[in-house]
Design a protein around this ligand. Structure first.
Ligand code: NI
Length: 204
């Protein structure tokens, strides 16, 4: 059940491809580096900041979503939320199958009608080297809009529902480190310290 933003996004990427005769990836990279779009890591404070609702789907927002999908793919991720690229707006992208046609974009998502709970392993592109079991609602409904401003209304269970909840958490400044148990936290301690050191050193 691909959402409707898939087509819009595909069209956008196609039009960008046409507008640039050179390699599309280079085009995106050049643009990405010019506005410094990259995946940020813990403990960057932007990851802890609650994001603001999107007021209007603009061409700039569509471009942001397209770039996020490319970054996500390059990093072999399943989902990526806007705060993870330093934009504190309520938008996330995901692809849980790897098929480009399954690219999904959710603007101003809301979760409701949670049922059951399930533990499963999660990682996060902003927490490299950390994997932890996280308890999530098993079934959940998501309502959002797509990149054309059209409503999206889906209900799912299991893995897809888990990705929605993980990405939705990012929009509220919540990371898997806030949700994992005491044992997992202990196990992650060293990696978190290393990430904190790295962050500090990059700012010296
Ligand atoms: Ni994440």
């Amino acid at each position: 059940m691909p959402n409707r933003s898939t087509d819009a996004l595909f069209q956008l990427i196609k039009s960008l491809e046409k507008s640039e005769k050179r390699n599309f990836k280079l085009f995106v990279r050049r643009n990405s580096s010019s506005d410094d779009l990259k995946i940020i890591h813990y403990p960057d404070p932007r990851l802890k900041k609650p994001s603001a609702p999107v007021k209007e789907v603009t061409p700039a927002l569509r471009e942001l979503a397209a770039k996020m999908l490319l970054l996500m793919r390059e990093a072999r991720g399943v989902g990526l939320a806007a705060p993870q690229v330093g934009h504190n707006v309520r938008l996330f992208v995901m692809n849980h199958t790897g098929d480009v046609k399954e690219d999904r974009v959710y603007v101003n998502p809301e979760l409701s009608e949670a049922e059951g709970s399930e533990e499963g392993e999660e990682g996060c592109l902003s927490l490299p080297g950390i994997n932890a079991n996280v308890v999530r609602d098993k079934t959940i409904r998501i309502r959002a809009t797509d990149l054309e401003g059209k409503p999206v209304d889906e209900t799912s269970s299991g893995y897809l529902a888990r990705v929605w909840q993980h990405e939705f958490d990012h929009l509220n400044g919540t990371l898997i480190t806030d949700r994992m148990g005491a044992v997992a936290k202990m196990a992650a301690k060293k990696t978190l310290r290393e990430l904190e050191e790295k962050y500090k050193n990059e700012r010296k």
